[in-house]
Design a protein. Sequence first.
Length: 538
Amino acid sequence: MRIGKRLTALVASFLVILAALALLGSSMTPDWNVREYHDHIRVDERKTAIASDLGPTTPEGTYKVKETFLKVNLAPGVSVNAIVRQPQGAKGPRPACLFIHGAGTGKASEVYGDLASAMASAGITTLVADKRLDTYSALHRDYGAMARDYDRSFEVLKAWPGVDPGKVGIYAESEGTWISSIMTARHRDIAFSIMTSPPVYPGRQQMPMAATSYLDLIHAPAGIRGVIPKLLGMDLSVLGLEYADFKALPYLDHLSQPTLVNYGTNDVSMPVEQGAREILKRTEAAGNRNVTLRYYPTNHQIRTGSRLAKDGLPLESHYTHDLENWINGVSEGTGADQWSTHMIAGSQPNQRFTAPTRTDPGLLRSLRALLILMIGGPLLLLLSLLAAAGLGLGAWIRGRGRRRNPVDPEDRSIGFARGLTPRLWGLGAGSLALMGLLVWYAVRIVRHALTLEPLSSLEIASWGLLKFLSVLLALDLALVIVRLLTGSSARRNHNDSNMSRNQVRLAGGWGHWVVLTLTITGSLMVLGTLAFWGLFSL
């Protein structure tokens, strides 16, 4: 009869724990997710060539290129290196283009050399300056301040010999387009804007789309993809990252200059259609119809040979020619209705996922809380292990003493209730092992996502194994709880004064209570972490 009651209590406890963990995981999930994108742009012209009705423009390779190295002063005592490339022997004031770095570059000598030189050979003077790095880090970026820094380079380029100050524009890639959007909104004297791979949306909205796209490409389990909204909806202030919420969209409302937007159709990190539609909608509302959109079968940097950004990859063969023809055409005064080529052309894009318009957090609202949960649980379990080792050493010392001074074998005032020790060991060790496996699996996922290498069948199946082991851990917790409840019941109900103390206590001695408390608390925190990662979701 007693066995039946214990079995019933075990099943009930197990089901309650599973339901509680599933409910906890659900409450940690925000009420938004990353959905598939369906509002596709139709591209009728596959050729990306750009030509003006006003006549032919200077082709690439017309001029030899002269390089000049200089320093641009940004603030008292602060300057950056820069490289000006200009067409040798070009007559008359010429158009010019300032280059703005994306997130992954910083040195003028290491980026844009092929682009800037090609432009200069077509009669366009270019300036590439170092990114100011003393105010820029992975955790802190002030795009307004960076725009003011680039203003200095812009003024240098406007005053450069042979440059027409009324025909100076900007080329920006990726994160740099947020900076260029600030500049074009503030300065009407910027003649044109080239935006290559623009994120358009705040990082907190763009990143869920990008992360989901990468995970989809490597065939990551749906449970892993479901973690993205939980993570990216959180308050990230513990890391800084205030720039994750930078809003470039209001600046696009003031984009009145002729604009060229370029996307690579193999770039899954950017909203290649959703972002383009946003730019077209806002520029049209601002009365700017002179917006050209090009799609290339390339990666994020409009380079071929890999979806990933790698050193040494070649630019798409038509890209520099299209840039030069567009800049020279704009400089000749080509209006929205004076292009002889399509305003939208190139490879057909196919954006898989939508950048969400809202990113509210779930129950776990901050990264700080998640870190406390993920780190605190294993830390408590390690402390429990140390405390248990201390208790073991104490028991060994007492055992040696008993051999010299025998005591009543029934006096067992120190220790755990019968059957509790192996269950606690299983709970604590299982919790630590599962946290280790989860971290290992997450690292594997990140490595695959960064290299776009699909997961193997075994790695995909491992997610199911983690879920199964999580359920076993919940069962172990149920076993411990049932033992604690039955132990407490025995303590309340026993009347036999001769009953062994080992039959009625849960833990004897403050050290064992510490181990018991640390193990259960740490394991509960680990189970909460597993619930956050979706290991108890159906």
